[in-house]
Design a protein around this ligand. Structure first.
Ligand SMILES: *[C@@H]1O[C@H](CO)[C@@H](O)[C@H](O)[C@H]1NC(C)=O
Ligand SMILES: [Ca+2]
Length: 311
């Protein structure tokens, strides 16, 4: 599978876009309308109103939060109204999403439009994006699987960074200078375990031997998610984008994050996060024993690129 600049960019954006857009839209909603009115007064004062609409869409710079679209009334007053789910642009299969109601929506437009129409009802309140892709049977995560999960996810995070680094060689912009220099050390280390169908024993062995290579990827993912706000705590909504992309491939992620919140305060602190991944102040922590058998998902290169693709 090949990826392109745009797709990687989308990956980066996807991590923060859900909530980032939301807050920014609120700010811009206020500013946008004023700017437009001003502009229209200055530029179009000699042109009849009906005419100017042809040239300047009043909603052009008016942003609404997810699930809403801008609408202008007769007095040119702009407001956000619910997106009509039926009027959403057509989507491709891979853009389907599964809602927490276990219903497949054609895309996020349709899902958030539906949620908006249900505003004020219990159903609307409970409807969220559960994961990317059509709804499917998600098997329960066993104790055995959840034990192995950090092992595979650590390795996978490292490989996501390796791939972003490789992309960056062709065309920079995916990683900051500081990130690039940190990742470079891992990338250039001959000993780094390649993505592939690695047995659990090997992953564990590699973690113990090359512990230092896993520290940065784990911290990096935390800081990518901790933005709204950046307070060293991950809320449910900060985790949501990562979870949504991974659930179809990694059914343990929900349980893993639940258990990660050791004190049960609904937020995963940096300390809790590191502890979940067996990383703490330079020392490896062995998470509950039993590392036998083979589980594939996070290990193959293909999985990494699938993730980059769908994000
Ligand atoms: C959700 O829907 C999928 C496919 O329609 C089905 O296979 C699965 O069992 C459902 N899950 C639950 C929890 O109802
Ligand atoms: Ca936070």
């Amino acid at each position: 599978m090949k990826f392109h600049h745009k797709q990687i960019l989308k990956l980066n954006l996807n991590f923060f876009s859900f909530f980032f857009t939301f807050f920014h839209c609120l700010t811009w909603a206020g500013l946008g309308s004023r700017n437009i009115k001003l502009l229209r007064k200055r530029v179009w004062q000699f042109v009849p109103i009906g005419w100017s609409d042809i040239f300047l869409d009043p909603c052009r710079n008016f942003h609404c939060k997810r699930g809403k679209v801008c609408q202008a009334d007769e007095q040119e007053k702009l407001s956000c109204v619910c997106q009509d789910p039926a009027a959403c642009p057509p989507t491709k299969d891979h853009e389907h999403v599964c809602g927490t109601d276990n219903k497949t929506y054609d895309g996020t437009c349709q899902l958030f439009g539906t949620k908006c129409k249900l505003e004020g009802t219990k159903m609307g309140h409970q409807l969220h994006l559960d994961y990317m892709g059509s709804c499917k049977y998600i098997p329960p995560c066993t104790d055995y699987e959840v034990d192995q999960f950090p092992l595979r996810m650590r390795h996978w995070l490292k490989n996501v960074l390796m791939q972003l680094y490789e992309r960056d060689l062709d065309r920079s912009g995916f990683l900051s200078d500081k990130q690039r220099s940190k990742v470079k050390k891992i990338y250039q280390n001959e000993k780094h375990l390649m993505a592939g169908d690695n047995p659990v024993e090997l992953l564990l062995h590699d973690f113990e031997k090359n512990y230092h290579m896993y520290v940065y990827p784990v911290h990096w993912q935390f800081s990518q998610l901790d933005r709204h706000p950046a307070n060293r705590l991950l809320s449910h909504s900060e985790l949501a984008p990562l979870r949504a992309s991974l659930v179809p491939m990694e059914h343990c992620i929900t349980r893993f994050f639940q258990e990660c919140d050791a004190d049960g305060n609904k937020h995963v602190s940096l300390k809790e996060w590191c502890h979940c991944f067996g990383i703490k102040e330079g020392k490896a922590i062995r998470l509950r024993g039993r590392w036998v058998g083979r589980i594939a998902p996070f290990q193959s290169r293909q999985r990494v690129s699938q993730f980059i693709h769908r994000s």
